[in-house]
Design a protein around this ligand. Sequence first.
Ligand SMILES: [Cu+2]
Length: 132
Amino acid sequence: MKLTVGFIAVALLFVILAAVVAMSLVLKVTAPPPPAASVAIALEDLRFTPNRIDARVGVPVTLLLTNRGLERHDLSFPARHMPGLRGVEAILEPGETRTVTLTFDRPGTHAFICTLPGHAASGMTGAAYVIP
Ligand SMILES: [Cu+2]
């Protein structure tokens, strides 16, 4: 009888341990990637590399923009009023570098483009993925 109770206790402990391990694996898989404090983005001819910014509402993100192309480019969030974006719209000449710090005030997917004629239409687009 004593042996059986001991066996049940060990089995129960094992089941609980397995559940904890399984839960931590699930949490690991479903957790969003931690937003980087800074992102280096190359503005090349007709594309942003990378064309993704991961951010969290209220947490500043620094963009290190470099124009590695042969043409002039910019990075602009056309659909949003973002006071922190002042200056981003200014055009970067080939070889020019600029650092911009943004703080997003709303979660969601916020598209950005290069506003020079024809560039966005040719695929020079990207998005900021902002989590709460
Ligand atoms: Cu461009």
